[in-house]
Design a protein around this ligand. Structure first.
Ligand code: GDP
Ligand code: MN
Length: 394
């Protein structure tokens, strides 16, 4: 679960990380009021769950209340990479002297948290990682031992020597405190990512200081049961359309970028199905539109809900249903699919593969139903190939 910038910065602040104390606004009028209270200059920032807002015009420096109102007017309602802006954050503007990068994430391969720091902050860190990976300093943390002072000192001296924004000598201690706070925040919130970009060197009252000007946090959704405060801030309206409905129905759904809507029972089978779609479709730019595990009995109701979720994604051009009948019987699944199609009619091409208990009967029922857009496939390979063909010609 991703947090908005203002939510991430609230977490940071609770852990003692210096942030700008801003206010959110849902209308241009509220933004103007916030700007008046904070006294310009202020920055007005789009709150959407995607990065690169600056480049997209979603971050504006404003020198007056009128400018802040106009900026909010322009940014609210803006579409940033498929995310509609419904809230802006109005922050007091900082006098930026340099931009660093600091993040804690999980390195799954190393099976431990990883701290990354860079003097090339502010910009697209993925691009930095591609072009000059050596400019990103990395330190793994043993979760049993915790973050040690020497590790932070190593990062600080790396940043002090770096090209780009060299960490000023006077900020080494504040950096050490801040890095520890970020690690504590990461651990305490069950985060999978805590990122500050930029971690700005700012001038205030004639002195240099560090400030988290941007914040990005992802929380492990499996830990939300013990993250009461965070579970409540989940912004369902900012998530891809189907994800909230799926969660409410106990369906595991993750929206992806492709064109083939996949409905599968079982997470492993769903992954294998996606791999096959990628295998046949990859060369043609065709891939899975989602991961969806209907789970459990694949009842008519569950299949209908899954289908509705898949079809709510406008980029879906073909549907692939792959159900293995263990406890679930193939004839029951077939009945479920037909009931679902009555409830959620669609003209999109659908390929269905059933295997396991009573699969012959299920397949015969589907064939006899004579639905024009439905193809019953004999194998998973054939099903994936047919779905790719349908998506290509559709
Ligand atoms: P992102 O593009 O989505 O990562 O949004 P950021 O919050 O990182 O903002 C993008 C850029 O806007 C930063 O790298 C800064 O250069 C600039 N920016 C953000 N806040 C301030 C501020 O308070 N003052 C000034 N002058 N620039 C800011
Ligand atoms: Mn940023």
């Amino acid at each position: 679960m991703d947090l908005h910038e203002f939510q991430a910065k609230e977490c940071f602040e609770r852990h003692g990380i210096p942030v700008a104390r801003g206010q959110t606004a849902a209308t241009a009028g509220q933004a103007a009021e916030a700007a008046e209270r904070l006294r310009p200059p202020v920055v007005v920032k789009a709150q959407v769950l995607t990065g690169g807002r600056g480049k997209a015009g979603g971050v504006k420096l404003c020198r007056s209340v009128a400018e802040a109102r106009a900026a909010a007017q322009a940014i609210l309602g803006m579409d940033i990479r498929g995310h509609t802006v419904r809230t802006v954050l109005v922050d007091p503007a900082a006098d930026i002297r340099g931009e660093l990068y600091l993040a804690v994430t999980n390195d799954r391969a190393a099976r431990r948290p990883l701290i990354m720091a860079s003097a090339a902050g502010g910009m697209d860190i993925e691009a930095v990682n591609r072009e000059t990976p050596e400019s990103i300093l990395r330190t793994h943390v043993d979760p049993q031992i915790g973050l040690r002072d020497y590790q932070i000192a190593g990062l600080a001296s790396g940043l002090a020597r770096a090209r780009g924004t060299a960490l000023p000598a006077g900020l080494r201690h504040p950096f050490a405190v801040l890095a520890r706070s970020l690690y504590d925040c990461f651990r305490a919130t069950d985060a999978t990512l805590c990122e500050i970009n930029p971690l700005a060197v700012v001038a205030e009252d004639g002195r240099l200081a560090l400030r988290a000007l941007d914040g990005k946090m992802s929380i492990d959704a499996n830990a939300l049961f013990r993250q009461g405060g965070l579970a409540e801030v989940r912004d369902a309206s900012a998530e891809p359309a189907g994800e909230a409905e799926a969660r409410a129905s106990g369906i595991n759904y993750v929206k992806l970028d492709g064109q083939i809507g996949c409905m599968v029972n079982g997470a492993g089978l769903a992954m294998a199905t996606m791999d096959l779609v990628g295998h046949f479709g990859g060369a043609h730019g065709i891939g899975p539109a989602n991961f969806l595990d209907v789970s459990g009995g694949a009842s008519a109701q569950q299949v209908a809900t899954g289908l509705r979720i898949i079809l709510s994604d406008a980029s879906v051009r073909a549907v692939l249903i792959n159900i293995f009948g263990g406890i679930t019987r193939g004839d029951e699944v077939a009945r479920g699919i037909m009931a679902a199609l009555e409830e959620v009619p669609t003209a999109l091409p659908m390929t269905i593969r059933l295997a396991g208990t009573n699969h012959e009967e299920g397949m015969r029922m589907l064939e006899e139903a004579g639905l024009a857009n439905v193809t019953v496939a004999q194998s998973l390979q054939a099903a994936a190939q047919a779905a790719v063909d349908a998506a290509r010609s559709g």
